[in-house]
Design a protein around this ligand. Structure first.
Ligand code: PLP
Length: 348
């Protein structure tokens, strides 16, 4: 089977070897305060800075999930309350989690702006231009959920203070680990608040990571596999070029491209009559998750036929559960796999 599920998603095939290495070399049995383990953490953090072009003064910690990052932002970085302009299911969930910890107050009292850069549920994204506008209009901290885009496209990191992603999407790794990136201003905010009541309080995490350690026994296997995948992948500028080219190919495939061929899509006549891109405005369309809409029956039939052809399409999510399917455009997916899915849709 080949999978286009947008999380958990296809892992790099090399991950199987990396996992075996971690066991054979005893990495998974190392004490997490030992020099050998600290070297792995240190190298992983160095590679994240290098391969993702993260500014040297931004700190990096490794935690368990993006959901944990939502809570860390609420408990350790939010003084009064956070603001959550959202357009889909993940943004909504983040607001719900945050408000359990810091209940909502009036808009102008919010001191953290929380944005989902890539809304995995409906295939929309916040562009760097829009983020720059938020940065200009909002003086407090900005936290960005980039779970389904980090390591797939490039960001202007300076436009936000907190960025995070779990690794089961664009990083091409199994779930159970997340990357948390925070600016000097975010650290300053954490110090002002002084919240130290949790195992995952940011100050406590920061203190540990300054020594390349973690507050609790970490997912050593996941960290090792992340280090090995980062060694293998090209710099983000190159990854982004590929991601954007593939995204543009997918959007022309579904919407038709305005060349001398006219507005022909790549779809079969039957598929063309039955499905549409969920997002009409090209400026809002995600580079890493493509959402395709149709009637419940059409979506069900296409997913089923794809499955029979050895292809797993992503189910819809939240409000779009039964009326869309989603296609991950993540770096671990190969051109050949994309070709197989396009051929399937061309002949459906
Ligand atoms: C998948 C996803 C999450 C949840 O990640 P977990 O690792 O399950 O916590 C959060 N936000 C977005 C945008 C996602 O795509």
């Amino acid at each position: 089977m080949i999978t286009f599920y947008p999380g958990p998603s296809k892992v790099y095939p090399q991950v199987a070897d990396y996992a075996a290495e971690a066991v054979q070399q005893g990495i998974v049995s190392l004490n997490h305060r030992s020099a050998g383990f600290m070297d792995v953490v240190k190298e992983t953090v160095r590679l994240l800075h290098e391969k993702l072009a993260i500014p040297a003064n931004y700190h990096i910690a490794l935690v368990s999930s993006a959901t944990e990052c939502w809570e860390i932002v609420a408990q350790s970085l939010t003084k009064t309350s956070s603001l959550h302009p959202y357009s889909g299911a993940f943004g909504k969930k983040w607001a719900e989690y945050a408000y359990k910890i810091k209940p909502p107050v009036s808009l102008n009292e919010a001191d953290v702006l929380c944005l989902v850069q890539n809304e995995t549920s409906n295939g929309t994204q916040v562009s760097m231009e829009t983020l720059a506008q938020f940065r200009q209009d909002f003086s407090a901290l900005i936290a960005v959920d980039a779970v389904s885009s980090m390591a797939g496209i490039q960001f202007d990191w300076s436009l936000a203070d907190v960025w995070f992603a779990s690794v089961q999407k664009c990083f091409g790794l199994p779930a159970g680990l997340a990357v948390l990136i925070y600016s000097p201003d975010a650290l300053k905010r954490a110090e002002e608040i002084g919240e130290n009541a949790h195992y995952n309080s940011l100050l406590f995490i920061h203190e540990n990571f300054a020594k390349f350690q973690t507050p609790y026994t970490p997912n050593g296997l996941g960290i090792y596999m992340l280090m090995r995948v980062l060694q293998q992948v090209p710099p983000i500028a190159i990854v982004e070029k590929i991601t954007k080219k593939r995204a543009s190919d997918w959007y022309s495939f579904f919407a038709g491209s305005g060349s001398d061929l006219g507005l022909r899509t790549g779809l079969s006549d039957r598929a063309e009559a039955a499905v549409n891109l969920l997002i009409n405005d090209p400026a809002l369309r995600s580079d890493t998750v493509i959402a395709v809409e149709g009637s419940e029956k059409t979506i069900k039939d296409i997913k089923q036929a794809a499955y029979q052809a050895g292809i797993i399409l992503g189910n819809g999510y939240g409000d779009w559960k039964n009326t869309t399917f989603r296609i991950a455009n993540f770096p671990a997916i190969t051109d050949e796999e994309i070709g197989t899915l396009m051929a399937f849709l061309r002949s459906y």
